[in-house]
Write a protein that binds this ligand. Sequence first.
Ligand code: FAD
Length: 462
Amino acid sequence: MSADSSPDGNDADVIVVGAGLAGLVATRELEAKGISVIICEARERVGGRLLNEPLPIGDQVTEVGGEWVGPTQFKIKALADELGLRRHATYDEGDNLIDWKGKAVRYKGTIPRVNPAVLADIGQAQLRFERMARSVDPAAPWKAKSAERWDRQTLGAWFARNTATAGAPMMFEIAAEMIWGAEPADISLLHALAYTSAAGSFSALIDVKGGAQEERIVEGSQAVPLRLAEQLKSQLLLESPVSRIDHHGGGVCVHAGGRELKARAVIVTIPPPLTGQIDWHPLLPVNRDQLVQRMPHGAAIKCLAVYQRPFWRDDGLSGQAIDPAGPVRATYDNSPADGSCGVMLGFLVGTRARALGELEPQAREAEVLKGFVRMFGAQAAQPVAYIEQDWAKERWTRGCPVCYMPPGAMTAHGAALREPIGPIHWAGAETATRWTGYMDGAVSSGEDAANAVAAALARSAA
Ligand SMILES: Cc1cc2nc3c(=O)[nH]c(=O)nc-3n(C[C@H](O)[C@H](O)[C@H](O)COP(=O)(O)OP(=O)(O)OC[C@H]3O[C@@H](n4cnc5c(N)ncnc54)[C@H](O)[C@@H]3O)c2cc1C
């Protein structure tokens, strides 16, 4: 049934807010059940935190938002396969680099082997962390036996207490910044454990081979939402930000881009902090309202330098580097599968993203390229093109890659993250209980919300 079935096209069974991966998947699932949907998207495009950018050499694209998929991310991989998209391995051959006390040191694997004491220290702390994570149910972290204790401390405090060398907490800090776009000193230990549990392990979060960074989509990750949107039969309203939602026992009235849309239920798929900007009538329950006041986004700027060739490969380098001293914390070889050019990807994360985000674009580019040169030599200074994306400056995202919880939020308000409120249901990567924060989680959250809404509509019709 098409959402246009009402005379003015303003009524449907369900309104979906946001045409990122979660919103598009929810819409598709509802359509498959014969439920009419109108989907409202604030931007002029679909995909949200997934965005392809054309490369200036060849006819390939690169991604300035989410891009990698890992071996246990079954949902996103199955969806990409179904949509006819191809995957390729992230380039992971040769040596990785770390700037260790001013010298570029080569290593293999995820953890740099710079110093046996640091390595052993990281190993034992990671083991302990993994064991704790396994005891946390990502669907209800607040029920873990030690939930209160773990939610009272930051991830940074835990790292400091559970390591003996200076090098180990620094490595964990870089890993945490890459995962959450935030410093460990900002993140609740319980939140970090739940997030890790949802991914299977800490290694799964940080590894390239065997982990979340293992593969990419040849056509670029935004091809997933673009193809989903092409296949939808529902009314997709672009440039239609939802500004107000009136809700009552019988349904909702959603105000979007000058229209008033009526439905029996709404699925809100936007990042949690942005749900606090919607004008709710009546106000949402205090627990939900205060959750979103305590669930910020991380910060990250993705910086991509495009070269004629991936020249670092000639030196037996993978393009992966860690730089504890410089502004660019980590780099990856982000060249397209067909090798038509070389793309070096660097991340500015957390406080560094906020500080460098204040600079003029040319000054920021110069800082980033300086970091690339320190690692990969003088050739890195002269890219053919430079592309960057600061998600904190995006009106309809406001940070990235994901929202996290500081201490206290999970035990006080965690249950409100997913709990429907009358006709209001929640989806989005942050609400997922498997691969929370990732594309895979966005897909499963969309499916789960669609199933829950369909069941609720069936109950109310009975
Ligand atoms: C830099 C970066 C790197 C990442 N790396 C990876 C990675 O390698 N692998 C991975 O799996 N994941 C990665 N992620 C995370 C991944 O991109 C997200 O988990 C996923 O795309 C989230 O999808 P979503 O549908 O839940 O939310 P979103 O993509 O945020 O979609 C929400 C949609 O709602 C819209 N919207 C917002 N407000 C309103 C409103 N008021 N009214 C209507 N519409 C509104 C937005 O425009 C957006 O389209 C990364 C993200 C970023 C930004």
